[in-house]
Design a protein around this ligand. Structure first.
Ligand code: TRP
Ligand code: SF4
Length: 337
């Protein structure tokens, strides 16, 4: 365990039940990475507060749902350190130190915050509704990453700017305190196909176009009935073109064998198979694929005290590593000890 070459860290906000985009885009990758790296995966509940500070009724449920989806997908708490951000208070302590040395204009350059500010402006909402905590969120994320002196951060392309900022902060810390303490973490991009939502847009909870990991077979089938298909295929005997069927056929590429893909392609272009049947066959493939994951999730869900133990044990494990780093930081800064 200890001779794993390097350390990775990544986190997710507790926004509720995860969908297939998360599974294929993120979780499957984490499950693989945990075999190779010393891995820290955390639920970023403080990050959720940066924008949802006044909508916290679902917090506990959301944390549990994310944890259930992780565990069901194969994140193994024996192999990885799985923890809850707010149960590792060293995160907040490190955030304080980093916030002191981070120039304000570095934070203001953050593309996500710029986008947010623009959205607020377009919606004619008062920019002062954006909280102080939200503006500090790129630094909080740097603290998450630097808390274990991680080497790599598996993230999507949208998060790369944050990892770049983390590198800058790490370098600045070393310079200011004249130490060689933090290494400069690198993003580790996932090259996995992006699953679209059922309407052809980006899959997302707020667009109501997603398939959850935890959806039942029936719901999966029902949702797929609404999926867009080749728009030129209107009647049953119209010939279709799978290349214009970006949602259904893209899923076939993931869930079907090469032979099945070919069969569907032929059936579609010759109109020997209708969209309804094509979707039905696809959803039974998806349900078959997801069955063991869904079953595991259902079993875990029956054991709330086990979930609690996992999160507390993981957080305790994370605290030990984090405290080592924090001690090093306070020594470098020359705090009274
Ligand atoms: N900001 C990330 C997101 O919105 C979540 C996150 C928080 C994260 N801290 C992190 C990801 C540290 C990787 C490492 O998706
Ligand atoms: Fe898409 Fe299948 Fe209909 Fe062809 S038959 S247009 S691949 S849903």
């Amino acid at each position: 365990m200890t001779n794993k070459p390097s350390r990775i860290v990544s986190g997710m906000r507790p926004t509720g039940k995860l969908h297939l985009g998360h599974y294929f885009g993120v979780l499957k990758n984490w499950v693989k990475l945990q075999e190779e790296f010393e891995s820290f995966f955390f639920i970023a509940d403080w990050h959720a507060l940066t924008t949802k500070y006044n909508q916290t009724d679902d917090m506990k449920q959301n944390v549990e749902d994310v944890l259930l989806d992780w565990l069901a997908s194969g994140i193994n708490p024996e192999k990885s350190t799985v923890y809850l951000q707010s149960l590792v208070p060293q995160t907040a302590q490190l955030h304080i130190y980093l916030s002191m040395i981070t120039p304000q204009n570095w934070v203001e350059r953050d593309p996500t915050l710029k986008d947010l500010a623009k959205i607020m402006k377009d919606k004619q909402e008062n920019i002062s509704n954006l909280s102080y905590g939200l503006f500090g969120y790129p630094v909080l994320m740097s603290a998450d990453i630097m808390l274990f002196n991680s080497n790599y951060v598996p993230v999507g392309i949208d998060q790369v700017a944050h990892v770049e900022l983390t590198r800058d902060i790490a370098r600045r810390f070393n310079n200011i305190y004249n130490v060689n303490f933090f290494n400069e973490p690198e993003p580790k991009l996932t090259q996995i196909p992006l699953l679209k939502g059922l309407d052809g847009n980006k899959m997302g909870k707020s667009f109501n176009n997603d398939i959850k990991i935890s959806d039942t077979d029936e719901i999966t089938e029902k949702k797929f009935k609404t999926a867009i298909t080749d728009r030129n295929r209107i009647r049953r005997d119209d010939k279709g073109n799978p290349d214009n069927c970006e949602v259904v056929y893209d899923y076939w590429k993931i869930f079907g064998t090469k032979d099945e893909q070919e069969e569907i392609c032929m059936g579609c272009t010759s109109a020997s198979i209708g969209c309804a049947e094509c979707k039905k066959r696809l959803t039974s493939k998806i349900n078959e694929y997801m069955a063991p994951i869904r079953q595991k999730r259902a079993e875990l869900q029956k054991q709330p005290s086990l979930l609690k133990d996992i999160i507390y044990d993981g957080s305790k494990k994370a605290q030990i590593k984090a405290q080592e780093v924090l001690d090093g930081v306070e020594k470098a800064v020359k705090m009274y000890k």
